[in-house]
Design a protein around this ligand. Structure first.
Ligand code: FES
Ligand code: FE2
Length: 351
């Protein structure tokens, strides 16, 4: 029986931070396909299957020569279009039918994106709208973790911030998170979970950002976007400043931006960051912020990898869903429906 895919085809996925991909080959498996990424001399990105057409040695072990890459084993030279340019034996005529698969890439919002699926349908307009990563008046930075769990467990995690109280006590967690009611809704192609915490004491991180004492109104608005992004609008405003869920630009506001790119059924690439529209010229703040966020997400990584191991070790048990899980559950339903849509589309084409 064929294993059902757990991710969506015909979609853009983050392959790496723009600064991560340079002239040296970078190996990264995306949605089950081993790929190698590098930049041409004009800085445009090449993505191809990370296997030499000869004996399948990863091309990422090879050496760059101009815009091409030479296999480390017997020296077959492959151009950026994936086609052989030189045979191992110099006296042998080049066989242009020797080639590796290449993939469509695009750069946007500080990330390199790769299209998974039918390349004729690769439209850059379909790249998820992670607008805070590149908007005027915002600064954005973040990092990368390899996480040994199904990417959907990370979606669940980000769409339910109740866990902050326990997993992130001491930084962004506080008991009020568990007391505040949440509202979950489907908004077109997105799932939204809103939490409003009026008149509370700001947790340490937000107190520092706001630079003032006194009670605050705190908000968290989690938004899931296909194929696997979560953006979380977070911040605090002094109580009485007039902030509401719909109109909260009265204090300090950040956008946590997360993209989960499946690597295999139970591992994924986690690209995380934070965009903010306050103190944007303060590079020291950005660096401290990134280090702090990296620490917070490292705590999630520990929990989620343990959860994945427990899921494997208890195959007869099922995940339960409580009120707090509605955002994750609805996001998963959206993923499942999109998988069905693309699969049906392919079937139609093949018929
Ligand atoms: S494996 Fe690449 S040239 Fe032989
Ligand atoms: Fe977390």
């Amino acid at each position: 029986m064929a294993v059902e895919p757990t991710w969506i085809s015909n979609a853009w996925y983050v392959a790496g931070w723009d600064a991560e991909i340079d002239t040296a080959p970078l190996a990264r498996t995306i949605c089950g396909v081993p790929m190698v990424f590098y930049r041409r001399l004009d800085r445009s990105v090449v993505a191809m299957r990370d296997a030499c057409p000869h004996r399948l040695l990863p091309l990422s072990m090879g050496l760059r020569e101009g815009d091409s890459i030479r296999c480390k084993y017997h020296g077959l030279k492959i151009g950026p279009d994936g086609v052989a340019e030189e045979m191992p034996l110099k006296s042998e005529a080049v066989n242009r039918r020797i080639c590796v698969e290449t993939y469509v890439v695009a750069e946007k919002h500080r990330f390199v994106w790769v299209w998974i699926g039918d390349r004729a349908q690769a439209d850059p307009a379909l790249i998820p709208d992670l607008w805070p990563c590149s908007a005027e008046g915002w600064v954005f930075d973040g990092g990368y973790y390899h996480v040994a769990c199904d990417y959907r467990l990370m979606v669940d995690n980000l769409m339910d911030l109740t866990h902050e109280t326990h997993v992130h006590a001491g930084s962004i967690g506080q008991p009020e998170i568990m007391e505040a009611p949440i509202a979950t809704r489907v908004d077109g192609d997105e799932v939204v979970v809103e939490r409003w915490m009026p008149g509370i004491e700001a947790p340490p991180f937000w107190k520092e950002a706001l630079k003032r004492e006194g009670p605050v109104d705190r908000w968290q608005i989690c938004r899931f976007l296909l194929p696997s992004a979560v953006m979380i609008d977070v911040g605090v405003a002094p109580s009485g400043a007039g902030a509401t869920l719909a109109d909260h630009d009265h204090g300090v506001r950040g956008m946590v931006v997360d993209f989960m790119t499946p690597e295999s059924a139970d591992t994924h690439h986690y690209f995380w960051g934070m965009a903010r529209n306050f103190d944007i010229g303060d590079a020291g703040f950005t660096a401290r912020f990134k280090a702090q966020q990296g620490g917070v997400f490292a705590q999630d990584k520990v929990v989620l990898e343990a959860q994945q191991r427990a899921i494997k070790a208890n195959p007869e048990l099922k995940l339960s869903a409580y009120r707090i899980d509605e955002g994750g559950t609805r996001s998963r339903q959206m993923i499942t429906r999109a998988i069905k849509r693309t699969t049906t589309g392919f079937e139609r084409e093949l018929a």
